[in-house]
Design a protein around this ligand. Structure first.
Ligand code: ATP
Ligand code: MG
Length: 329
């Protein structure tokens, strides 16, 4: 029996989470769900975007599933604060091309490992209306920790190279520490190849030669931007899952946000949420079941018949979900 914290949040977060729960219910596993609020609607109800109660539920769970939250003007981001509260420092975003989806390349299989606790997401901005300053914190501790996570993941995936992405020619001190830490950790993994690129060059290489990458490790903002770019390479945000992993907990969420433009229409692609749940099952050690889910998603996508409008179809969120459940062995 796994105790899961379910935090649906706002917009399509709620729709894809319902779909995901429907699928989890069909698995040969026992879950107990505990629900927590977070986001814009939560702020309207409780005066905070992330109640203490939600953090408590998340902290005592075996794993957390998070939908998406709409940002609340003037209020801190609940997901950033929840990642910090759980100390889930490694944001893992696999990028894979799927058969049946029109991509520039059909042989992409890499993962972005994004540092999750510092960088430009310190949410510490100050100044007056003429001059604003954003704090960008990079520590040796967090940089070494995320590099280790990247090398370990490379071994787990049976891949051969880790690429460090930074901008140390301009951000000499902060990204200097990030890159130094990367190469220090690399010494413990002599069997893994290493390389590093400036983030601007990397933005181009991801388009021109994405097949060359196995594991990419970067700071918080660069990792965020490059993972949306990469999602675009393989069929969009509707197919991009993610996991936030720490030493004591894991939080799994689609890469996309609350998508206010399509919320409430029941047309959100549930695959990113469902693939995030599969990552959660990997984390919980249920590899057979997680592979079964991934294979089912792949089959439904490759089949091209039942898909949501982002992939050119006209099926609803639940129609796609039911098609995936039907494929489960
Ligand atoms: P937020 O501020 O919550 O991130 P956003 O406006 O940035 O909201 P995203 O959720 O990041 O919206 O989505 C960006 C675009 O991708 C939107 O046009 C949205 O409709 C589309 N999109 C995102 N997720 C999905 C999905 N699961 N299915 C279909 N389209 C999606
Ligand atoms: Mg967004």
């Amino acid at each position: 029996m796994y105790n899961l914290a379910i935090i649906s949040g706002d917009g399509i977060g709620q729709e894809v989470m319902s779909a995901c729960e429907y699928l989890l219910d069909k698995l040969d596993l026992e879950f107990s769900f505990e629900y927590g609020e977070a986001g814009f609607e939560c702020f309207n109800n409780n005066g905070t975007t992330l109640p203490e109660e939600t953090i408590r539920i998340a902290n005592k769970s075996d794993a957390v599933l998070f939908g998406a939250s709409t940002s609340t003007p003037g209020e801190p981001s609940p997901i950033i604060n929840l990642r910090k509260a759980l100390n889930v420092y490694a944001n893992i975003r696999p990028i894979k091309s799927y058969k049946g989806v029109n991509c520039i390349h059909d042989d992409i299989d890499f993962v972005i490992v994004r540092e999750n606790t510092e960088g430009l997401y310190s949410q510490n901005e100050y100044g007056d209306c003429d001059k604003m300053i954003a704090e960008r914190v990079i520590t040796r501790h967090a940089s070494e920790r995320i590099s280790k996570a990247a090398f370990n993941l490379c071994i787990k995936r049976g891949q051969s190279k880790v690429t460090c992405v930074h901008k140390s020619n301009v951000l000499k001190k902060t990204d200097g520490v990030f890159t130094e830490s990367f190469y220090k950790v690399a010494k413990d993994y002599p069997q893994i190849q290493t390389e590093d690129y400036y983030v601007d060059a990397m933005a181009m290489y991801l388009i021109t030669q994405p097949q060359n990458f196995d594991v990419i490790v970067s700071t918080n903002l660069f990792g965020d931007i490059l993972s949306d770019e990469s999602a675009g390479l393989v069929g969009g945000l509707g197919l991009a899952p993610s996991g936030n992993i720490g030493d004591h907990n894991g939080l799994f969420e689609p890469v996309h946000g609350s998508a206010p433009d399509i919320a409430g229409k029941n047309i959100a692609n549930p695959c990113s949420m469902i693939l995030s749940a599969a990552m959660m099952l990997d984390y919980l050690g249920e590899w057979e079941i997680s592979n079964n889910i991934r294979n089912s998603v792949e089959k439904v996508i490759a089949d091209c018949k039942i898909r949501t409008p982002d992939l050119g179809g006209d099926a609803s969120t639940m129609e796609v979900t039911k098609a995936i459940v039907k494929e489960l062995i």
